[in-house]
Unconditional design. Sequence first.
Length: 94
Amino acid sequence: MHKPNLSVCILSFNTQNVTLACLTSIAKFAPKNIEVLILDNASSDQSYEEVSKFVKKYDNFKLFQSNKNLGFGGGNNFLVSKATPGSLRNLPRM
């Protein structure tokens, strides 16, 4: 994969179906020159296992797993630390 021009950071905590729907949409519609970083934030369901199966199909998707729930801020900080330098953008809230 070439250097991505955008990193998409996604937190998941016991949201297997929502996360898979989100990733499916990204895979279908987003350009391939992005990286998609997903953190399973210590889910107690099968989220990590199911998302892991999906992510294996794509070179630009990376899945991480935390043993402890880092919260929203901590989880995002973790993913930002894993992003390719220069690929982060701040999107305004609607």
